[in-house]
Design a protein around this ligand. Structure first.
Ligand SMILES: Cc1cc2nc3c(=O)[nH]c(=O)nc-3n(C[C@H](O)[C@H](O)[C@H](O)COP(=O)(O)OP(=O)(O)OC[C@H]3O[C@@H](n4cnc5c(N)ncnc54)[C@H](O)[C@@H]3O)c2cc1C
Length: 429
């Protein structure tokens, strides 16, 4: 059966597809396959743009291990199977009056997949999803299961594990009481964003903005906790921001731009005229939204103090390279954490994400962005397109060698590796 990712830029024809229904079945499957010397790739929802999830030999799906397991009222900790989607987690947690403290742009990923690649949202004081993980059950190549607890020195490595350490059967995460957010979406001149960047980022709980290529405009999103009742707004009120930027009408803009690339700069001027909108809703409904327009993406994590340089660098790339780009460039922020392979390890972070509509050649644009981001000390998102290999990545992660040692210990035969992991971490042997 043919496997392909969401971005349609990765595909494979695995020779065997397994879909265990229980932890017992999972561990028996893993032991049987590993003992025959074959490689296993656990696949989440296939939402990575990099080749990290490509199943070259045996594909192991966790789609049938996708249920919440338990919730501890005393600690606010929730345990779910690794295949549980973030959307299902959000729905279940809402019934308990709980929520995840921060989320990425979408909720379609499986939790173990999102955690494995250091998936993050935005907010100067907010950490990525993996930082909330306080326990995990990990299946080794011989089928044995390790219960990794909070005080286990292994846990930091399992938090962002790249899918390289074993199969995550279940995860325990620290949740917070459910909260509502007031979302304010407004266009702003780029010069104002540059001049006020620290004030905007530090003065808003969840701040992000998109620069609209070929214009001097940015679209800003400021989300702030509130006790006010939900006021999600009418469909019409949300149309301009949610639909134009994220979905159907925006897809039409992209298709026109793909057919007539030279029209791109003129089409771009439509985007900032969307006006400002405010709405109030539960955190997961504000932070995530569907993405119906398919694209390819590269994202880089930079030291937070390079935030303004990052915007100038991307503007320069688009202008000098004469790239015709219909997708806004996304800028987000995050707090430093102590997860060894996290994009935000040891430093407050500014994230820069570039996108290209599916079917438009992204390679020249992305290559120019890669060069600029490397120069600014960027770490590429593990789940998005990049060109760095082990030797480039090693100096960017102070605990890289420790992670490689843990991988060698837990997976000495390279059962869970594929070409991407061999490239970014080096072969196991
Ligand atoms: C439209 C879109 C929007 C996105 N938005 C964001 C965003 O806002 N922020 C952000 O940081 N990223 C974002 N991403 C990237 C996405 O969050 C990551 O690529 C994530 O890893 C995808 O999860 P998945 O379940 O599809 O995992 P996959 O891509 O299928 O797998 C990723 C890795 O996880 C491993 N894995 C999966 N399940 C297990 C398991 N049970 N045990 C061990 N390893 C496992 C796989 O082997 C692989 O190595 C976005 C992607 C798309 C397509």
């Amino acid at each position: 059966m043919r496997w392909r990712n969401w971005g349609r830029n990765q595909s494979a024809s695995p020779r065997l597809v397994l879909s265990p229904r229980s932890e017992d079945e999972l561990s028996a499957d893993v032991a049987r396959i590993a003992s025959s010397g074959r490689r296993i790739k656990v696949v989440g929802r296939g939402h990575s743009f990099s080749a990290i999830a490509v199943p070259e030999d045996v594909q192991l799906s966790t789609a049938r291990m996708s249920s919440p397991l338990s919730y501890d009222d005393a600690t606010g900790r929730a345990t779910v199977q690794g295949g549980t989607t973030i959307a299902a987690m959000n729905r279940w947690l809402a019934t308990l009056g709980r929520a995840l403290p921060n989320l990425g742009d979408i909720d379609e990923q499986r939790i173990a997949g999102a955690v494995a690649t250091s998936t993050h949202g935005t907010g100067a004081t907010k950490k990525g999803i993996a930082a909330q993980v306080v326990g995990a059950r990990l299946v080794a190549p011989d089928g044995s299961i390790t219960d990794v607890r909070e005080d286990d020195p292994l846990l930091p490595f399992v938090r962002v594990n790249l899918g390289a350490l074993g199969v995550v059967s279940s995860l325990t995460v620290q949740t917070v009481p459910a909260f509502r957010l007031r979302a304010t979406e407004a266009p702003m001149r780029v010069d104002e964003v540059l001049g006020r960047i620290d004030e905007l980022v530090d003065g808003t709980e969840f701040f992000e903005y998109y620069w609209v290529p070929h214009t001097r405009w940015a679209l800003t999103k400021q989300n702030q906790s509130t006790d006010e009742p939900a006021a999600p707004g009418s469909r019409a009120a949300n149309w301009a921001t949610r639909v134009l930027l994220e979905n159907a009408a925006f897809g039409a803009v992209c298709r026109v731009s793909r057919a007539w690339p030279r029209a791109t700069p003129r089409l771009a001027t439509i985007l900032p005229s969307t006006g400002s909108r405010t709405r109030i809703d539960e955190s997961h409904r504000i932070l995530t939204s569907p993405r119906l327009v398919r694209f390819r993406e590269s994202e880089w994590a930079l030291p937070r103090e390079r935030a303004a340089d990052a915007l100038r660098a991307v503007m320069d790339v688009v202008e000098r390279g004469r790239h015709l780009v219909s997708f806004p460039v996304e800028f987000r922020f995050g707090a430093a954490d102590d997860v060894p392979m996290s994009l935000a390890y040891g430093r407050d972070t500014a994230y820069v994400a570039v996108h290209m509509y599916r079917g438009v050649d992204h390679r020249r644009y992305f290559a120019d962005v890669f060069a600029a981001m490397r120069e600014l000390g960027g770490r590429p998102h593990w789940g998005k397109i990049h060109d760095l290999g082990r030797d480039d990545l090693r100096p960017r992660y102070p605990r890289f060698d420790e992670f490689v040692d843990v991988r060698r210990r837990l997976d000495p035969g390279g059962t869970f590796s594929n070409a991407y992991l061999d490239g970014v971490l080096g072969p196991v042997a």
